[in-house]
Design a protein around this ligand. Structure first.
Ligand code: ADP
Length: 831
């Protein structure tokens, strides 16, 4: 070719990166790798190996050990043995190790990049300029957190041994996201890389040796899903961190339910890329390239649905096609290619199958005129137009370079389309109108929102999902909570829960039942001194019984949508005090009542949009009204729990204080502006979960109710509370306080009855976004297991008893954190 011809076509010549250093490294290891356990290479117990392949030519690269249960067990033991010393080393010493790892990643960065591209098929430009620099940045950033742990997280300690399971799309970056925070907070880890891409994790094992990291702090066990399953199931693992498909995430949620293991899941996505008609379309086109053709579209937060305003749709499609025609697919080690190879044949087949399905379902397919190389696993950039919102390609994750384009007319329609998915990982919004951008950012349900940019990541910012995209955050301060726990938990007494847990039995009060005391009014069908035949053993503080007269029916109802309503069952259950004296009756709520309450809560989600100041005012008002009736409540507590009057008064006083506390917090749970190294602000905004089920502790019937419901509503959630089963009357007495305190109907709904039965309905309900459960371990297990349906957030006590009076155990930021999830909004900003 002549120079003149080159000028004519402006064609790129090949610019290959040498594979030699990586090949030499592989040869040095005889192209066979064992597990890295306890600081040494250890042969797999069962002697099994598998091949890893180069996606660019389909040839095997190396043999890697297949981890068995025995290997996982050895690795967990090594991590356990290393844990105490690593924890006790102190923040500064751990910071030094993390800093050393960061330096070594940088020193070997080219080798890492080349090896990553060979094993995964991603373009060297991306592994060299994005993946590996982000890995180093992650270790540097977390070296800082190790240093700061003691001062920034007083009262917290490491969780212990973390089992970490990662996918193949960003092999080393996902390793860094998992290992850096775990180590910084004093945990030890067993990490299982994905079976398609284990090599850079093994090179990382070597740099752990080079850094002199204490043996057993980092263990790498290679293998497939069976190895991952063994790790998730290992009884001596304290925490599982998983990134991968929603399908496997759901299995792990179910498998770990009730074990007490902490769990964070970063799962699939179908992220919207929203283009308004005033957007800069040239930037949008480059945005789409980064959104869906970065890493061959094998990105969980890929902008795989373009939603474009009708007026500019045609123009955008035209520009996109022109750009796609110029994209270059080819050898990942060629520095001049844009799109590399698909990781494995099974993934390529999945892409091909879903594209066929897209066509069959009526969408219009467009691909560039050129063809892909044939000697590896390649797929061209693909655009679908005329896509119906319910089409499979608009709903299911493809995990390939395929984008579905849909149009909308109004911002409302854009939001509806954007949220028309079970996922909620990320979103990208393109407009020159800052008001519109921020308005939409607030309305889209996603953990990360990029404005006029896309696929930005940094160690200082949290990353993670809403809805079925999982829970927990990775990165920044937000991500560290996944690797620490309150110190008091270690010594808290645990309630296992028995097989024969008492459930309330329906039935009218029998003639033998003795009714003591009086309702605090309002909550009961009628008010007044209705006690009949209060026995001598009834508790101090009861009002005198009207001897000889029949008891007035004063069964407490349910509280749904701001109204007192009868339970669907028509039944009530007797409420006895600890001496067995009947103190009243409570409605026996069931599945149907919970459903009604969930519906009422959904109608009240405007509460989330009211100002934090207004929510604070309502909480102060609640405190004021409770305070006005403090004596009655104290009397009632004494009556139903047998507490002495002083303790009962203390419970009321503490409840009032809690309402003040969360009124105070309502407008102070601020979020942050993260210091990401880009020209933008990254706004970490805590948002309410939405509709929450709260199963209150059985003990401390007023304080336990107030301490759990108040933080949830302070943060803007609408709540369905199941109060203490044995002493529900304090919550039912609270109806009047709610009614007189300007709490909008539906914000607090109360369903009394069988705690575990109602908890299970809440946990399984698809329109509930989060469930808290403070009760025995057995019930915790059921809640976690049933939550897997829609992957709702759960916070359960694992049977640990809290001292509800204690300001750390019974109140504070832990409650606010669990009542919110962080949305990170990236906004380009200045120089
Ligand atoms: P992807 O669709 O991205 O491949 P997967 O969820 O299948 O995602 O895989 C992500 C990681 O989870 C991989 O390391 C894989 O080996 C592992 N894995 C697969 N099945 C299981 C399982 N049942 N339990 C634990 N880990 C699993």
């Amino acid at each position: 070719m002549k120079v003149a011809d080159i000028f004519e076509t402006m064609e790129y010549g090949p610019a290959p990166e040498s594979a030699a250093p990586a090949e030499q490294w592989l040869d040095r290891h005889g192209r066979e790798f064992e597990h890295f356990i306890g600081g040494e290479w250890q042969a797999p117990v069962e002697g099994e190996y598998f091949e890893t392949y180069n996606p660019a030519d389909g040839k095997p690269i190396a043999r890697v050990a297949q981890g068995s249960e025995g290997d996982v067990d050895r690795a967990v033991r090594a991590a356990r043995a290393a844990f105490p010393a690593w924890r006790d080393l102190g923040g500064h010493a751990r910071a030094r190790y993390l800093y050393a790892l960061a330096r070594l990643v940088q020193r070997h960065s080219r080798l890492f990049a080349v090896l990553e591209s060979i094993d995964n098929g991603k373009p060297i430009r991306e592994s060299r300029d994005i993946d590996i620099p982000l890995v180093a940045r992650h270790f540097y950033h977390h070296a800082g957190w190790a240093q700061l742990m003691e001062s920034e997280f007083p009262g917290y300690e490491p969780v212990g041994v973390a089992g970490q399971i990662i996918p193949w799309n960003f092999p080393l970056l996902m390793l860094a996201w998992k290992i850096a925070p775990a180590l910084a907070m004093g945990n030890t880890v067993v990490l299982k890389p994905a079976e398609f891409t284990p090599l850079t994790a093994l090179l990382f094992a070597e740099i752990c040796q080079e850094a002199g990291l204490p043996q057993g702090v980092v263990n790498i066990v290679t293998g497939d899903g069976r190895t991952g399953a063994a790790l998730a199931a290992h009884p001596d693992v304290d925490k599982i961190a998983f990134t991968g498909s929603t399908e496997v995430g759901r299995i792990i949620r179910t498998q770990t339910a009730g074990t007490g293991k902490k769990l964070s899941l970063e799962l699939g996505g179908k992220s919207p890329f929203i283009v308004f008609e005033d957007a800069d379309l040239d930037s949008v086109v480059e945005g789409v390239v980064d959104a869906i053709w970065f890493n061959q579209g094998q990105v969980c937060c890929a902008g795989s649905r373009i939603l474009v305003q009708e007026g500019v749709a045609e123009g955008l499609i035209e520009r996109l096609k022109a750009r796609m025609e110029k994209l270059r697919v080819g050898d990942p080690l060629d520095k001049a290619i844009d799109i590399g190879a698909i990781v494995a044949p099974v993934q390529l087949e999945r892409i091909e199958r879903m594209v066929r399905q897209g066509v069959e379902e009526g969408a219009t397919l467009w691909q560039p005129s050129w063809s892909c190389p044939k000697d590896g696993w390649f797929y061209p950039p693909t655009l679908f137009t005329d896509v119906a919102p319910a089409a499979t390609i608009a709903q299911e994750e493809i995990f390939g370079p395929v984008v579905a384009l849909m149009t909308f007319r109004t911002p409302e329609e854009a939001v509806a389309l954007a949220n028309n998915t079970r996922y909620g990982l990320a979103a990208s919004i393109w407009t020159e109108n800052i008001n519109l951008a921020l308005d939409i950012a607030a309305k889209v349900k996603a953990g990360t929102v990029w404005i006029n940019c896309t696929n930005q990541f940094d160690a200082a910012s949290g990353f993670g999902g809403y809805r079925e995209s999982g829970f927990g955050r990775e990165g920044g301060r937000e991500g560290l909570w996944e690797y620490i726990r309150p110190k008091w938990e270690a010594t808290a007494p645990v309630d296992e829960g028995s097989e024969h847990e008492a459930r309330p039995v329906a039935g009218p009060v029998s003639g033998e039942g003795r009714v003591a005391g009086a309702g605090v009014g309002g909550a009961a069908d009628s008010v007044g001194p209705a006690a009949a035949g209060a026995g001598a053993d009834s508790v101090a503080g009861t009002r005198p019984a009207a001897a000889g007269l029949p008891a007035i029916d004063r069964t407490a109802k349910l509280f749904i949508g701001g109204k007192q309503v009868r339970p669907d069952s028509g039944y009530s259950y007797p409420v006895l005090n600890p001496s067995g004296v009947l103190v009243g009756e409570a409605a026996l709520g069931n599945r149907k009542d919970i459903r009604n309450a969930v519906e009422a809560a959904h109608k009240a989600t405007g509460w989330a949009r009211t100002t934090a100041h207004n929510r604070a005012q309502v909480l102060y008002y609640l405190a004021e009204n409770l305070s006005a009736r403090a004596d009655e409540f104290a009397e009632r507590i004494a009556l139903v729990t047998g507490a002495d009057p002083g303790a009962a008064e203390r419970e009321v006083a503490c409840s009032i204080e809690r309402l003040f506390l969360y009124a105070a917090w309502a407008d102070k749970w601020d979020g942050a502006v993260h210091r990401t190294p880009f020209r933008n602000v990254t706004l970490a905004m805590p948002e309410p979960l939405g509709v929450m089920g709260i199963v209150c502790p059985d003990e401390r019937p007023l304080l336990g109710f107030v301490s759990t419901v108040a933080p949830a509503i302070a943060m803007g959630n609408a709540v369905i509370a199941v109060p203490s089963q044995s002493a529900p009357l304090l919550a039912t007495d609270f109806y009047q306080v709610l009614e007189t305190s300007d709490v909008p109907g539906g914000v607090v709904n109360i369903v009394t009855g069988g705690r575990d039965e109602l908890a299970e309905v809440l946990a399984a309900h698809d329109d509930v976004d989060g469930v808290w459960y403070f009760g025995p371990r057995k019930g915790c297990a059921a809640v976690e297991r049933l939550s897997a349906g829609n992957m709702k957030r759960t916070w359960v006590s694992h049977g640990r008893r809290r001292d509800w009076f204690d300001p750390v155990q019974g109140a504070g930021e832990e409650f606010l954190r669990h009542a919110t999830q962080v949305k990170n909004i990236w906004v380009p900003y200045g120089e």
